[in-house]
Write a protein that binds this ligand. Structure first.
Ligand SMILES: *Cc1c(COP(=O)(O)O)cnc(C)c1O
Length: 474
């Protein structure tokens, strides 16, 4: 076991060690990842953003009385963001460290808004809604119901939402777009329900907030999803996605100050200085904020439009190529995401064949029991526009390879699943070769796990994943 290092080592030497550890990773700037990265391909913008990040690295966002620049930058970032999503001067918000934090705060604000009226909040989430809402509901002890989506369009079933609205103390969630399929819910219809029932509507534009407005400006058909719809109460949009800022940057917006008051944490009743937080986190670097501010100002509308054009071009070509390969695109994707099912061949086998060719595409295992399809998810970056020929050629080759080799058979999955259902958790983890002690997960194991996630009962999957992850982090 590695204990605490006894002696000092020259920082340069430790840095070398760090480089070695990092060398196992995929490179988010390689243009070869269709997930977990949002690459402009613009080296100068990236370089200057890193400088801004470093310039503010040692300053904390905690105390704006010490660093007035932090207050100024946050106000400007919030104003710039609000102006993209139909916000006038009455819209207020806050900068957070990510979509999950923005969502957590919006759910808390809604919960306490209704609590003051003596009511308990219920959260109504489409099955395609982000798990961050489930997490917020768990942490904040808010009751949650999931509502189905249409089997063809993958948009939330509006009638099902209406049925769940049994008082005004509900928070309806709509995604613009959702993460799994890149499909935009009918936010207009949700807004009508919210106005009618005085309910709270949160638009999760985490992944679309900084892309959809510019796609619309360059001619893509994008429906209204922001504060121009009267029922929208709050909205989340992530700077660290299509805002192209470094990690740790998101914005949450509210229709007016009265809604945001419950978001703010204040505590002067202790012997220390008065604590005032506009976020969940307290001490945190102002680096992400400063870098976000810089990227927004530096790209400007023109820059974001040019990047949106690239995403649009890549999305259209990818969709065309997928249908010519007999893959089925799920729904009508309107942002930077495309998801597709792969017919007879297994998406996990396709993903590992692509990984061998140096590409990362994301497997969405779905669930047999929950009626969710197995699919592949692609998050498109502007930089992908430069490498599409290579990507699509390799995808076609990978498809052919998997068709020839077959991959893991349904019978094998079923028999492995049977074994798992009759074994203890520890036996299962040993069987799959999941262990701590520095081991990672091999590609083969990952593929089998995705197949099993699809096949097994979701409650068992949840338990197995929790235990497996706990082992990995030990
Ligand atoms: C990414 C994402 C989130 C969560 O954001 P994090 O920044 O990962 O915490 C929420 N909703 C949608 C639609 C997202 O794409």
């Amino acid at each position: 076991m590695m204990g605490f290092p006894e002696s000092s080592t020259k920082p340069e030497l430790v840095l070398k060690e760090l480089r070695e550890i990092a060398s196992k990773d995929l490179d988010p700037n390689s243009k070869r990842m269709f997930g977990h990265t949002y690459d402009t391909g613009l080296e100068e913008v990236k370089e200057v953003a890193r400088k801004a990040f470093l310039m503010f690295l040692d300053k904390t966002m905690l105390d704006f009385t010490v660093y007035p620049s932090v207050l100024e930058l946050e106000r400007e970032v919030v104003r710039m963001s609000a102006s993209l999503v139909g916000g006038d001067d009455s819209i207020v918000g806050a900068f957070t460290y990510g979509g999950t934090e923005s969502i957590m705060l919006a759910v808390k604000a809604a919960r306490d808004y209704y609590k003051k009226k003596g009511k308990r909040l219920k959260l109504i989430l489409p099955v395609t809604g982000h798990p961050a809402f489930v997490k917020a509901a768990e942490y904040l002890e808010v009751s949650l119901v999931k509502v189905p989506v249409d089997n063809e369009t993958f948009k939330v079933d509006i009638e099902a939402v209406k049925e769940e609205v049994d008082s005004e103390a509900v928070m309806i969630v709509g995604s613009a777009p959702n993460y799994p399929m890149g499909v935009i819910d009918d936010i207009g219809a949700l807004s009508d329900i919210a106005v009618d029932k005085k309910a709270w509507l949160h638009v999760d534009a985490c992944i679309g907030g900084f892309l959809l407005p510019f796609l619309r400006e360059v001619g893509d058909d994008i429906p209204k999803f922001g504060f121009e719809l009267p029922g929208v109460t709050s909205l989340s949009m992530d700077l660290h996605k299509y805002g192209y800022a470094p990690r740790g940057a998101s914005v949450v917006l509210y229709r007016g100050e009265e809604y945001r008051l419950n978001h703010i944490f204040v505590h002067p009743k202790w012997p220390g200085y008065p604590i005032v937080n506009m976020a969940v986190l307290s001490t945190r670097s102002a680096g992400p904020l400063a870098a976000s501010w810089l990227v927004l100002k530096s790209l400007g509308r023109e820059g974001y439009q040019r990047l949106a054009e690239k995403v649009l071009y890549a999305r259209k070509r990818i969709i065309e190529a997928l249908s010519s390969m007999d893959f089925r695109v799920l729904g009508d994707p309107r942002g930077g995401i495309v998801a597709f099912t792969t017919g007879k061949i297994s998406p996990t086998a396709l993903a590992s064949s692509m990984r061998k060719r140096g590409w990362y595409i994301q497997v969405q295992p779905g669930s047999r029991k929950l009626g969710l399809p197995k699919s592949i998810h692609l998050t498109i970056s502007p930089a992908h526009a430069d490498v599409l020929d290579n990507f699509l050629r390799d995808l076609e080759e990978a498809k052919r390879e998997v068709e020839e080799s077959g991959g893991i058979s349904p019978e094998e999955v079923a028999s492995l699943a049977g074994l798992i259902e009759s074994s203890s958790v520890d036996e299962v983890l040993a069987l799959l070769g999941v262990s701590g002690r520095g081991g990672g997960l091999s590609d083969d194991v990952l593929s089998i796990i995705d197949e099993l996630i699809h096949y097994l009962d979701p409650d068992l999957v949840e338990e197995l994943l929790r235990r497996a992850v706990s082992k990995l982090f030990t």
